[in-house]
Structures are given as C-alpha cells and as structure tokens.
Design a protein around this ligand. Structure first.
Ligand code: NAD
Length: 295
C-alpha cells in the first residue's frame, strides 16, 4: 500500500519504520531535515512537502505535537492533496474539540478520517506494540485497522470522531492521579516507618494496586524496569503527562464534567515542571512530594 507519514519525531520515526518494514511504500515528510534523513535510512521515501507525501497515498498518517499543528497540516496541505479514496489517520494526542473539527472538515470534503492516538511510548513505537484508540465511523475504522495493526498490538474502536482522543485523555487522567496517589502513599509509608519494599509487596496484591504501582513504581527497587531505577530518566515525561492533563481539564470544562482529582494532578505536574522536572519520568513527582527534588 502507498502510505504518507507526516511527523517523524520520537514516536513517528519508529511508526513509519514499522510501516516500511511491513512492506508498505512510505512517503515521509517532516519539517526537520534530520528527522527526514533518519526516516529515509529506515526505508521511507523522502517527500518535499506534506502535500507531496499525500499525493497518490492510499493512507495518510500524521504524528504531530498538538492540535494547532494537526489543524494546520490537514487544512493547508492534506485535504487538498488527498485522494478521495484515501483514509486519513491522525495519531497525535490532541484536544477533542480540534479532533472533531478536523474530522468534520474531512467529512465535508467527502474524505474518511479517524483520530487514533496511542498508548505506549517510544519503545512501543519502535517495537510496533502500540495500542491505538480509534474514533470515527465503522467504515473508516475498518479502513484504518490493517494500517494501524502494522504498528501496534491492539487497535480498538472507541466510537465516533474524537472518541479516540476522549479515551486517551480519560485514561491518562487516571494515570496521572494514580501516580500522585501512589507516590504520596509511599512517602507516608516511609514516614510511618513502613519499609517501601514491604509496602509494595502488600499493596501490589491488595486494593491499592494500579499500573502506577506495578509497572512504574515511583520508588526504586520493587519494579526493576521502572524509570525510578534509572534516576527517573526515559519513561513517560512529566511534560507529556502535564500536556495530557491539560487536555483532560479543557475537555472537562467544555463538557461540564467535574474532575477534581485530575485538576489536582494537573496542579502538581505544573508545579513540578516549573521547578525543572519536565523532562523526568512522571513518577519523579515523588521527589516533589518527599521534598528531595533538586533540579
Ligand atoms: P516530537 O516533537 O518528537 O515529534 C513531532 C514531529 O512533528 C517533529 O519531528 C516535528 O518536526 C514535526 N512537525 C511539527 N510540525 C510539523 C509540520 N507542520 N509538518 C511536518 N512535520 C511537523 O513529538 P513525539 O514525542 O513524537 O509526539 C508526537 C505526538 O504523540 C504528540 O501529540 C504526543 O503527545 C503523542 N505521544 C507521545 C508519546 C511519547 O512518549 N513521546 C507517547 C504517546 C503519545
């Protein structure tokens, strides 16, 4: 299949490489020449612009930073150049309102589009083990599914346009809030004289268990693969968690939903980013809570 891929950053580079590995002909474009060089080394074909990449493609994928980039790239380049039979797939994490607006613009032009944000970080993008949450019509989902399957381990239809983004931000709001709750529980346990490993052994098998505890445990030791064992390097950056929490709060305000735990988590990650924690894994919030954070 002829595929266009626009946005070859931390995530898009691995995803485009996996599409090429799966035998697709991938026309790639990024504003960064270095990102484009790496995509070519990974088996993609260099395009001179987003519109050039899109011309003649049967599937168009984008992996861009935020809603304004997505609105701009689709509005100024993709829509005019896309084949009427192509499927348009935006994998970026963006606000629900922009996702719905861009999908409505596509529909008005008779183009099929889905929002398909991902769960899983750069390692999953490279390994082809992402989870895709897809918003769009049943026909558009069926069209996008085999393309996404080449880059992931699960492709799930979340509902109509925008519902992929809704699933992503609701999931990550749980993740942000449970990480804060898990981190403060470890701090309290320690202050009460309860050993961290012992607390983990109990709570990970009791009702305090969550992904934040058993996959990204904020204290070093209990989960060897967790970023806490690598001075909180790699993993899921606090800046990205903050971005997703802000998207969740904006969506909640628009929808009239009360999200006090999400709001509290957003406040804490904003504070942490403001004192130099943005590039650390989001589990490093424990160092803000126990007072040991030094930028
Ligand atoms: P990134 O900044 O590394 O990559 C974005 C790329 O888009 C860059 O290479 C940039 O040059 C390119 N770009 C920007 N504007 C462009 C334009 N107009 N035309 C062409 N290229 C353009 O970001 P990333 O970490 O790859 O994240 C991409 C998206 O995936 C974000 O929405 C992010 O929230 C989401 N996400 C990231 C992770 C992660 O762990 N990094 C995990 C899940 C989801």
């Amino acid at each position: 299949m002829r595929v266009a891929f626009i946005g070859l950053g931390h995530m898009g580079s691995g995803m485009a490489a996996n599409l090429a590995k799966a035998g697709h002909s991938v026309a790639a474009f990024d504003l960064s020449p270095a990102a484009l060089d790496r995509a070519v080394a990974d088996g993609c074909i260099r395009a001179g612009s987003a519109a050039d990449a899109v011309a003649g493609a049967e599937a168009v994928l984008t992996m861009l930073p935020a809603g304004r980039h997505v609105a701009q790239v689709y509005g100024e380049q993709v829509f005019a150049a896309a084949d009427p039979a192509a499927i348009l797939i935006d994998c970026s994490t963006i606000d629900v309102a922009t996702a719905k607006a861009v999908a409505a613009n596509a529909a008005a032009r008779g183009l099929a589009m889905v929002d398909a944000p991902v769960s899983g970080g750069t390692a999953a993008a490279q390994a082809g083990t992402l989870t895709f949450m897809v918003g769009g019509t049943a026909d558009a989902f069926a069209h996008a599914q085999p393309v996404l399957a080449a880059m992931g381990k699960a492709v799930i239809h979340a509902g109509d346009a925008g519902m992929g983004q809704a699933a992503k931000i609701c999931n990550n709001m749980i993740l942000g809030a449970t990480m804060v709750a898990t981190a403060e529980a470890f701090v309290l346990a320690q202050k009460l004289g309860l050993d961290a490993q012992t607390f983990f052994d109990i709570s990970s098998k009791a009702s305090g268990q969550s992904w934040s505890m058993t996959s990204y445990c904020p204290v070093p030791g209990p989960v060897p693969s967790a970023p806490s064992n690598r001075d909180y390097e790699g993993g899921f950056g606090a800046a990205l968690m903050l971005k997703d929490l802000k998207l969740a709060l904006a969506a909640a305000a628009g929808a009239g939903a009360s999200v006090p735990m999400g709001a509290q988590a957003e406040t804490l990650y904003e504070l942490f980013a403001g004192v130099g924690g943005a590039s650390k894994d989001f589990s490093a919030i424990i160092k803000l809570l126990d007072g040991s954070w030094r930028p």
